[in-house]
Design a protein around this ligand. Structure first.
Ligand code: DGL
Length: 267
C-alpha cells in the first residue's frame, strides 16, 4: 500500500495548489488528481449537493487504489467537517490544517478568511480556529468571482480585472486589521501575488492547499505509509470535462509538461 498513489480532488484546478506542495515535499510519491470541471463551481451550491459530488469524487479516486485522499477544496472540506466522510483511509481536508497554521501565525489575534460562499456560510474555519483559541477574532469574506478568474487564466500580477475585484473583496479584511489571512479556497493561492500586494507585507497569507499537503505528509509519516521508491513520482490528472483549459492551467501553474498525463473521465 505504501507505494500506492495519493489521491487529490477539487472542483477544478484549485487543488493543484496542494499538488505543487506535495511535489515539493514528497517528490517520490505518485499523485492521482481529479478535477470535477464539468460541475465547477462547488462554492455556490447547497451542502447536500456538494456532499454528493464529494462522495462521487472520492469514489472515483478509490478506483485507482489510492493510499490517502485529500479533499483539496475548501468548500468540500467545510461541508464534510462535522460528519464522518472517509474513515477507512487516511483523509484530510484543508480547513483544519489551514486553521492550525493561522493560529500559529497570528501575532495580533486577528485572522481573516476568504473563501467561497458555501465555505463562508458554513463557518467551518471560524469553528476550527475558536476550538484552538477562542480569543482569536475572525473576519470572513466570500469571494465568488475569484474561482472563475483563476480557472480562466486571469492570474497575471497586473491583470486589471482581477485587481479590481480583489480590491473590493479584500476591503473588509483589510479594515478589520487582520495580520493573518487564510486563502480558504484552494483556487486563491494562484492569485497570491495580487492578494499579497493588496494586503501588504505585514500580513501572513496561509495557503489552504499547501497546508493540507504538509498535514498529509504528517499523516502518512505517522502511519508509516510514505513510499520507499527512490525515483521521481508521477502525477496523473483526470477531469470530468474537456482537457484543454485544464492542461493550460497545469502547465502555467505547475510549470510541468503534462502531455499524455491528462485524461477526460466520467464518474
Ligand atoms: N477550490 C474550491 C474551494 O477550495 C472550490 C471552488 C468552487 O468550485 O467554487 O472551495
Amino acid at each position: 500500500m505504501r507505494n500506492d498513489a495519493i489521491g487529490v480532488f477539487d472542483s477544478g484546478m484549485g487543488g493543484l495548489t496542494a499538488v505543487k506542495e506535495l511535489n515539493a515535499i514528497l517528490p517520490h510519491e505518485n499523485i492521482i488528481y481529479f478535477g470535477d470541471t464539468a460541475r465547477i463551481p462547488y462554492g455556490s451550491r447547497s451542502p447536500e449537493t456538494v456532499l454528493r459530488y464529494a462522495e462521487e469524487d472520492a469514489a472515483f479516486l478509490r478506483r485507482h487504489a489510492v493510499k490517502m485522499i485529500i479533499a483539496a477544496c475548501g468548500t468540500v472540506s467545510s461541508v464534510v467537517a462535522d460528519r464522518p466522510f472517509i474513515t477507512d483511509l487516511p483523509f484530510t481536508g484543508v480547513v483544519l490544517p489551514a486553521s492550525l497554521a493561522a493560529c500559529a501565525a497570528t501575532r495580533n489575534g486577528k485572522v481573516g478568511i476568504i473563501g467561497t460562499p458555501a465555505t463562508v456560510r458554513s463557518g467551518s474555519y471560524e469553528k476550527a480556529i475558536r476550538k484552538q483559541n477562542p480569543e482569536i477574532s475572525v473576519t470572513a469574506q466570500a469571494c465568488p468571482l475569484f474561482v472563475h478568474l483563476v480557472e480562466n487564466g486571469y492570474t497575471d500580477f497586473h491583470n486589471p480585472v482581477t485587481r479590481l475585484v480583489a480590491e473590493e473583496y479584500l476591503d473588509l479584511v483589510r479594515r478589520a486589521g487582520v495580520d493573518t489571512l487564510i486563502l480558504g479556497c484552494t483556487h486563491y493561492p494562484v492569485i497570491r501575488e495580487i492578494i499579497a500586494d493588496l494586503m501588504g507585507e505585514d500580513v501572513t497569507l496561509i495557503s489552504s492547499g499547501a497546508e493540507a499537503a504538509k498535514y498529509a505528509r504528517h499523516c502518512l509519516e505517522q502511519q508509516d505509509l510514505l513510499t520507499d521508491r527512490q525515483t521521481a513520482g508521477e502525477n496523473t490528472y483526470y477531469v470530468s470535462d474537456s482537457t484543454e483549459l485544464f492542461i493550460e492551467n497545469v502547465e502555467n501553474f505547475l510549470q510541468q509538461d503534462v502531455v499524455g498525463k491528462v485524461f477526460r473521465c466520467s464518474l
